[in-house]
Write a protein that binds this ligand. Structure first.
Ligand code: SDX
Length: 462
């Protein structure tokens, strides 16, 4: 049964717009012919009401707090699956058979080394460069070592996917070793994906890293819940960059860059900074909530563009916090602060009336902290988790015969037509004049020069 909507414009001008209905009943006005038929475009700044594509990868329901990858509920996958299985599911549409899983694990393993020449790039970075700056740069540089054919075959595509899923993890671990001045630890064919990462991060020539299976399971679940989230900011960046047929390594680097922002993937770091600020201030959280309500700051890890109830991933992370931080010697006072903040916020009309609930970032940082992951690596781990999701969308887009280059329109609000004025006769402008800056812009942002303790600065409002 087909639906349509009737759009009445100026007197006597009407147009019929088809309504597209998705497999879960979502309805969309198909405006593909709107401009041709009416001369109008739609205006939807930050795309809150705009579906940019049709996708079969992930389904979200913001009001019901539903998240499914290829139809499988996130709760089941986080509890029962492995990250490599979920990466395969997102990419190819079904959970792998044991043979497919073995093959996928094998190509991930054989692709886990980066070209030895790339080791020199690390030397060029300042020691306290943020690891996300290394990750965006190094991932784009993979394009120089892995030429991508104009039309990659299925085998080429499988190799690209393995390179990125596996090497984003290797580059992340190598970045950490650079940061602490230790020699890198290479990936090992004897270890599974997560254990390999933890070993590359924490073992060294003089110490053997003892894997804690509860920590491995927690990181596995962390990566699974971060693996995809439909058209979020960074995935949209990947789709837009990919739509120009740019090099896939540069396209994933674009996704990493978008993820870095504190409104998006950077929020997990900001949550820990916020909890540390509250912990050091002796405030029981109420003062902080008052500051958030008066817009002096934001309750980081709360609120979401889509979820208007609990983010199902936040519930999974909170349950994992109880499991991990409940172990002897693992307790963390920040978890108690976080739970108090959640309880106070969810009984406060400011947050309830704006549908502000904990999102994936509110508890996830506490898991990483318990695993010994350093603060500046939190968003990097988000990127390791999200890489299969970005690649699944890149793959879905390149196999869509109707895909075209992304090119949104705009509504112009600048000055009307005017003629050139010779420089000697120009009046000084009242606004927008370029002021000469006297301060020398330091090469490395101040906040990284002496690498302050994350709790030394309250999170700025976003
Ligand atoms: C991720 O899109 C995805 O799917 C992202 C993600 C994924 O997996 O890819 O889920 C990952 O990015 C999760 C979100 C992480 N970010 C944070 O936790 C940062 C803190 N949250 C906010 O900055 C904010 O909630 C956003 C950015 C997440 C959502 O912003 P919206 O939907 O654009 O909301 P808004 O900025 O328009 O705010 C609406 C109102 C405003 O108040 P009023 O003007 O109505 O008075 O809510 C207030 C805001 O001031 N508000 C908050 C708040 N978030 C919104 N007030 C206090 N604390 C907050 N966190």
């Amino acid at each position: 049964m087909s639906y349509s909507a009737n759009l009445r414009l100026d007197v006597g001008q009407e147009t019929e717009l088809p309504v597209f209905i998705g497999s879960e009943g979502e309805r969309a006005l198909d405006i593909d012919k709107l401009r041709a038929g009416t001369g109008l475009v739609t205006l939807d700044e930050s795309f809150g009401n705009t579906a940019s594509c049709r996708s079969a990868i992930t389904y979200l329901h913001g009001e019901k707090g539903i998240l499914r990858y290829r139809g499988y509920p996130i709760e089941e996958l986080a509890e029962k699956s492995r990250f490599v299985e979920v990466a395969y599911l997102l990419m190819y549409g079904d959970l792998p058979t044991s043979g497919q899983l073995e093959d996928f694990s094998s190509i991930l393993n054989s692709s886990s080394l980066i070209h030895e020449d790339m080791r020199h790039f690390f030397l060029a970075f300042p020691n306290n460069a943020h690891p996300m700056s290394l990750l965006t740069t190094m991932v784009a540089s993979l394009s120089a070592f892995y030429p991508v054919p104009e039309n990659p075959s299925d085998e080429d595509e499988a190799q690209i996917i393995a390179n990125l899923v596996s090497q984003v993890r290797t580059i992340a671990a190598f970045s950490y070793k650079k940061f602490i001045g230790e020699p890198v630890v290479y990936p090992s064919y004897k270890l599974r994906f997560v254990e390999n990462f933890l070993n590359m991060m924490f073992s060294s020539p003089v110490s053997n890293y003892q894997q804690d299976q509860d920590i491995v399971k927690a990181i596995e679940a962390f990566l699974i819940v971060h693996a995809d989230h439909e058209q979020n900011c960074s995935t949209s960046a990947v789709r837009i960059a990919g739509s120009s047929l740019a090099n896939v390594y540069a396209v994933i680097s674009a996704g990493i860059s978008a993820l870095w922002g504190r409104r998006h993937g950077g929020a997990n770091q900001e949550v820990i900074a916020m909890l540390k600020t509250i912990q050091h201030s002796g405030d029981d959280g109420r003062l902080f909530l008052e500051a958030a309500k008066s817009k002096k700051t934001r309750l980081m890890g709360f609120g979401h563009r889509i979820y208007k109830t609990f983010d199902p991933r936040a519930l999974i992370m909170k349950k994992l916090c109880h499991r991990i931080l409940g172990k002897p010697g693992m307790s963390d006072p920040m978890f108690d602060i976080a739970m108090r903040l959640e309880e106070a916020a969810l009984s406060d009309d400011y947050f309830l009336s704006r549908n502000l609930y904990p999102n994936v970032d509110f508890y996830s940082g506490l898991i990483l902290k318990a695993a010994g992951i350093p603060f500046d690596m939190f968003t990097v781990l988000f990127a390791i988790g999200r890489t299969p999701g970005w690649l699944a969308h890149w793959r879905e887009m390149r196999h869509d015969a109707g895909n075209r280059i992304a090119r949104p329109r705009q509504i112009y609000i600048g000055p009307g037509l005017r003629s050139y004025i010779p420089v000697g006769t120009r009046e000084k402008h009242s606004v927008g004049v370029m002021r000469r800056t006297s301060t020398k812009i330091s090469r490395i942002p101040e906040k990284y020069l002496d690498h302050p303790d994350p709790g030394d600065e309250a999170p700025e409002s976003v």
